[in-house]
Design a protein around this ligand. Sequence first.
Ligand code: SER
Length: 339
Amino acid sequence: MEKPVVLVTGSNGEIGRSLLERLSASGRYRVVTIDLTPLPESFRPLCVETYAGNILDRYLLDQIAAHHEIEVVFHLAALLSTRGERDPELAHQINVEGSLHLLRMAQAQSNRLGRAVRFLFPSSIAVYGLPTLADKRAAGRVREEAWNLPITMYGCNKLYCEHLGRYFATHYRQLGALSTAARLDFRAIRFPGLISAETIPTGGTSDFGPEMVHAAARGEPYACFVPPEARIPFMAMPDAVEALLGLLDADHATLSTTTYNVGAFSVSAGDILARVQRSFPEADVTFRPDPVRAKIVDSWPEDVDDTRARKDWGWKPAYDFDRAFEEYLLPKIRARYAR
Ligand code: SER
């Protein structure tokens, strides 16, 4: 039997590249990608086909669906939170309209195959909005239902798309659908800030974490846009990819919801600096808070309660803060900049 086809949108992004490597290493899938920018040559052998194009182009999506029997979608393409505040309308187009196009395409694919396409959607701690620092401190580890009051366009978009996915998965009825029509199997993960050794994110607000680490490794000065006490949860990229694959593989019957928190470690910008300085004593980091970005970080929770993911599909991060540095970030980043 041929291996199932997986479609990855935003394949050139931070999560995308790590996911492609992991999917290829698993040997279980044929991978098709779409991204605005062409995938670098070195990643092409990991895929059966790569498309350079816009997810707002529904005809391109239909063309991709016509050429491949897609059974799994990882819809990673998005415009992140800082960038979204600079151009909220564009953020809405990409994050909401783009996601709707993908959901529609995946639903049509489910109808065609007569079985549910699994649709994996990375959501974010940006769906939370704590109005004050006192609320943030008092809330501690937030549950999925709490504080769903995002203050960014990106957060609003992610929260809405979670609902859109839930709608497709549980309520959507297509007029005139074939009797074999299957509903989409939508599964979302709310990620904390992600830190990758391979790539630096663009346009996010949790970027101060990865930017600080990469700048120190490159021996470049870094002006951090949040104050040292700013605290949010973070996760090492390999865990983020394992979370996506863990949720993908979970038996549908064990899932009690369509959206799950996942956590790893909660640290402040000052904690990250202290850890960076242990490995790079020369690190030249100053704090120059940007009021808009610092306010966004203040509105995100200190940590998330991921009890439900642990219980339903066995989520457990492999990397705490120290292990993320010792066994993943430092060795990989050093090797990368030595090259
Ligand atoms: N990391 C994203 C951002 O900062 C949040 O999901 O925008």
